[in-house]
Design a binder for this molecule. Structure first.
Ligand code: NAP
Ligand code: MG
Length: 398
């Protein structure tokens, strides 16, 4: 069989630990036999990041801007232990944070649904995608303890020196105070990324804040979404047969639980942090959660939602067999290949991506699975295999 041809290369960002090992397996067993793979390779493994003073991460992000589609392996975000373990020059920043800042993107996370792993919420028949705003609010907050008798005020000085001063609280006893902010431009990018992604997936978009309580701050989010929807997206949504729905965050939570799934849920930064873990766990496993960063100008970076699976890597280094689930990482590849096919008009590349995804799902639904899915599955004929056996079973089903 002739291999499927590509036009434009993907940006390939290699990573760390167990996912780095699996990355190579996936290419060797599931992609290279079928596709004449073209990539521009960037090694984002911690060793290389340290060697290049993290320039490699910036180069990879810029290449993504140039080429439009990237696929990324999980990477270590260094902490004090990692600085020792890898003898690092400094505690390099999170590569995902660096890439997100350069691409100005929104992260969409979607669970991969298979028969035999039942969501904890029985009504959920289709996946729910969480879109998390990745800038500001409490993540860029400043806070301080206030002694008793202290007085807190909110002061904004404009560029001409004018001043707005609002009392926060006069503390009769000790307490705490916090200042948070966001930026219209960032909220606008977030809104556009969500509307574009909804059109891409042909799914409804939900958005929720607490604008009844936060009448200026959260209300600004609500207004920006409404304005952009009315002016730029309403017609396209109507044509695509999808809708934009705004409600209060507590109402949204109740509706999400009662829903059948199959929509995109846009969340402010904190809501997205909390709700994405809830959605991932309620659907089954972190190892079955995909993640894509979409920039407002239509650049895509695909990855798995989980990390480098460090514990399994150490077992692997000790020569022990591991049963690490490669599915989310495979879906990062298929997402990138499909998007590349779509942009370059290569239907056979898109078909291959569909086929590979179906093969993954079929493998699990046939009862062949890695350990963490095995423990969750209610299939009567289930059988646990190691990572390599699992990949070969998928290959046999392509
Ligand atoms: P993790 O790699 O996501 O793993 C946490 C635990 O979840 C694992 O120990 C494993 O549980 C289970 N798990 C996750 N993915 C799995 C898979 N594919 N198959 C089977 N089980 C899976 O998170 P972590 O251990 O907290 O972090 C490890 C490193 O990853 C850190 O250095 C962190 O900085 C990095 N990280 C990177 C990204 C990214 O690049 N996007 C995201 C998160 C974390 P058991 O051990 O119980 O089997
Ligand atoms: Mg979190």
């Amino acid at each position: 069989m002739a291999k499927i041809q590509m036009k434009t290369p993907l940006v390939e960002m290699d990573g760390d630990e167990m996912t780095r090992v699996i990355w190579q397996y996936i290419k060797d067993i599931l992609i290279l036999p079928f596709v004449d793979l073209k990539t521009e390779y960037y090694d984002l493994g911690l060793v290389k990041r340290n060697e290049t003073d993290d320039q490699i991460t910036i180069d990879a992000a810029n290449a993504t801007k140039r080429l439009g589609v990237a696929v990324k392996c999980a990477t270590i975000t260094p902490n004090a232990e990692r600085v020792k373990e890898y003898n690092l020059k400094q505690m390099w920043k999170s590569p995902n944070g660096t890439i997100r800042a350069i691409l100005d993107g929104t992260v969409f996370r979607t669970p991969i649904v298979v028969k035999g792993v039942t969501p904890y919420v029985p009504g959920w028949k289709a996946p729910i995608t969480i879109a998390r705003h990745a800038y500001g609010d409490v993540y860029k907050g400043v806070e301080v303890k206030v002694p008793d008798g202290g007085k807190a005020e909110l002061v904004v000085t404009d560029k001409d020196g004018g001043e707005t001063r609002i009392p926060i609280h006069e503390f009769k006893t000790a307490g705490i105070v916090q200042g948070i902010h966001n930026i219209d431009k960032s909220i606008e990018s977030f809104a556009r990324a969500c509307f574009n992604y909804a059109l891409d997936l042909k799914q409804d978009l939900w958005f929720a804040t607490k604008d009844t309580i936060s009448k200026v701050y959260d209300h600004r989010f609500k207004d920006i979404f409404a304005e952009i929807y009315e002016n730029e997206y309403k017609d396209r949504f109507e044509k695509a047969g999808i809708s934009y729905f705004y409600t209060l965050i507590d109402d949204a939570v109740a509706r999400v639980i009662r829903s059948n799934g199959g929509f995109i849920w846009a969340c402010k930064n904190y809501d997205g942090d909390v709700m994405s873990d809830m959605i991932a766990t309620a659907f089954g496993s972190l190892a079955m959660m995909t993640s894509v960063l979409v920039s407002p100008d239509g650049i895509y970076e695909y990855e798995a939602a989980h990390g480098t699976v460090q514990r399994h890597y150490y077992a692997h280094l000790r020569g022990e067999e591991t049963s690490t689930n490669p599915v989310a990482t495979i879906f990062a590849w298929t997402g990138a290949l499909r998007k590349r096919g779509e942009l370059d008009g290569l239907t056979d590349l898109m078909d291959f991506a569909d086929r590979l995804e179906k093969a993954c799902i079929k493998t699990i639904e046939d009862g062949v699975m890695t350990k963490e899915t095995y423990l969750l599955s209610d299939l009567p004929n289930k059988r646990q295999v190691n990572t390599m056996e699992f990949l070969k079973e998928i290959a046999a089903r392509i």
